[in-house]
Design a protein. Structure first.
Length: 247
């Protein structure tokens, strides 16, 4: 004789409205909300480059309209734009440089920018590095006359002497040190005696690079000498009159 144990039946009563899939009103939630296009609350502003560049209108930027304590002009300030120098000066030969411009002030529907840095494109930098030559780099921290603190990076490569048949053009360590010292001295001389807008005007035609090549010719011939990169470390207190002069 075998006896089967029977489990007592359990009835579960679920509370109505707790499970969204079971409740009748679950599918209708949020039906009455009006869909508002987020772009209807935004405005477009024109971004202006400094007068040192040929093309002044860089692009347009978007921002939410002033509502309550959120002011549109404050949201726009200190936005950084990276623009190719070929577009700024309408010259394809300058396409290997990237300029950084930062919004400093807003006038009407125009955003006034100032120089905020410079860099090389990766493909240009890679194309310069070759075998059988020495790469020489130097960098300095300088302060311009109008109070901008910059870090300037220079790059250069040794070149073969004209009266030699040697395959390589390697410089000795002592020569590299002397060339680097010359590079730093020339960069400091150019940066500390002018304002930022005048210094940017020197970067574009590569005036500093040409002077370094000429000055170092007696130590070791150089080629492809460029100001590779510029970083803005610290900016002075905002002055609307100085910005107006830049534009």
């Amino acid at each position: 004789f075998c006896r089967l144990a029977t489990r007592p039946s359990v009835h579960v009563n679920m509370a109505v409205g707790k499970n969204k899939r079971l409740s009748k009103s679950g599918g209708k939630r949020g039906k009455g909300k009006k869909v508002v296009d987020p772009y209807s609350k935004k405005d477009w502003y024109e971004v202006k480059a400094p007068s040192v560049f040929t093309n002044r209108n860089i692009c347009k930027t978007i921002v939410t309209r002033t509502t309550g304590t959120k002011i549109a002009s404050e949201a726009l300030k200190h936005r950084v734009f990276e623009v190719n120098l070929a577009d700024l000066n309408k010259d394809e030969d300058q396409g290997f440089r990237k300029m950084k411009l930062r919004i400093e002030d807003v006038a009407g529907k125009s955003c006034l920018t100032n120089f905020y840095g410079m860099d090389f494109t990766t493909d240009k930098l890679r194309s310069l590095v070759r075998k059988w030559q020495t790469l020489i780099e130097a960098h300095v921290d300088v302060k311009t006359l109008d109070g901008f603190y910059l870090r300037i990076f220079a790059i250069g490569f040794t070149n073969k002497r004209t009266n030699t048949n040697r395959k390589t053009a390697y410089a000795q360590t002592a020569q590299i040190r002397r060339i680097r010292a010359k590079m730093m001295a020339i960069m400091i001389k150019h940066a500390t005696t002018v304002e930022l807008k005048d210094l940017v005007a020197k970067f574009i035609p590569e005036a500093i690079g040409k002077e370094i090549t000429k000055a170092c010719n007696g130590i070791y011939p150089l080629k492809d000498v460029f100001i590779r990169k510029v970083k803005v470390l610290k900016t002075p207190k905002f002055d609307s009159h100085k910005l107006a002069r830049v534009h």
